[in-house]
Design a protein around this ligand. Structure first.
Ligand SMILES: [Zn+2]
Length: 253
């Protein structure tokens, strides 16, 4: 029963995140007007706005004009629901889980806004940093000091990694937004998770970047957003970080 509620809530939050991802970078209101078809601007009726389900029933087309609706919308909804499910099954129905859900919603918004616009909005990351530190007071795990170190050292560490990256590749590989994002990860997950986040972010970003260059989809001059890979790294660090570190220690001679 709890699981069903969690997934339902995740779908609704995912639906709202779609609105945030679409409207926040355009400086539009998040609550007014209601959802419209991106092609014909026809208002979407409430019963056509059910997360994932409406997309399947309408076969990914607008009811008014028949324009194709991006699969990204149901994907973001399903992804958010999956993150809600993982959080509640891992941490139970606790205050810690609720705070992590806020963090994860922020990560989803940042990842897709960065993908679309190559910006990481401070409106998401900056308010999240004090909230993450406050969570250290409220739930204590990880402790406040770990979070503070993660926040400050994490941004500094990433700065070094990306500084050397920009020396190697001869271009600016980082924005202020990436540093704010890693500070946010530190504030919520502590410094151990920050190291893992940056490593996974750099590794997955390099693999995908090289793949796109080989496939001729990305030139070396083009900027590739780093936010989605950092967000992926933070999610892996949150749910599978301990398992990864244990595996790493077992593989050491
Ligand atoms: Zn339409």
């Amino acid at each position: 029963m709890l699981i069903a509620w969690t997934i339902g809530l995740g779908l609704i939050f995912g639906s709202f995140l779609n609105v945030v991802i679409h409207r926040l970078p355009l400086d539009e209101s998040l609550v007014w007007p209601g959802s419209r078809c991106p092609a014909c601007r026809a208002p979407i009726r409430p019963w056509d706005n059910i997360p994932v389900l409406s997309f399947l029933i309408l076969r990914g087309k607008c009811r008014a004009c028949g324009a194709t609706i991006s699969w990204r919308y149901p994907f973001v909804e399903a992804l958010t629901a999956a993150l809600f499910f993982l959080t509640v099954t891992t941490f139970g129905p606790t205050l810690q889980a609720a705070l992590l859900l806020v963090f994860l919603c922020g990560l989803v918004a940042v990842a897709f806004i960065d993908l679309d616009h190559q910006i990481i909005p401070n409106a998401v990351t900056l308010p999240g940093i004090p909230l993450g530190l406050l969570a250290g007071f409220l739930v204590g795990d990880p402790p406040l000091l770990d979070r503070l170190i993660g926040c400050l050292a994490g941004a500094g560490f990433l700065y070094l990694v990306l500084f050397y990256g920009s020396v190697l590749y001869g271009q600016e590989a980082m924005g202020e937004g990436d540093l704010n994002l890693i500070a946010l990860v530190g504030a919520f997950l502590g410094w151990r998770a920050v190291i893992l986040t940056v490593l996974i972010g750099c590794f997955s970003g390099s693999v995908v970047g090289l793949g796109l260059i080989v496939a001729g989809r990305l030139s070396r001059r083009q900027h590739m957003p780093f936010g989605p890979f950092l967000a992926l790294g933070a999610v892996v660090a949150l749910f599978w970080g301990d398992a990864l570190i244990a595996l790493y220690q077992r593989l050491l001679p």
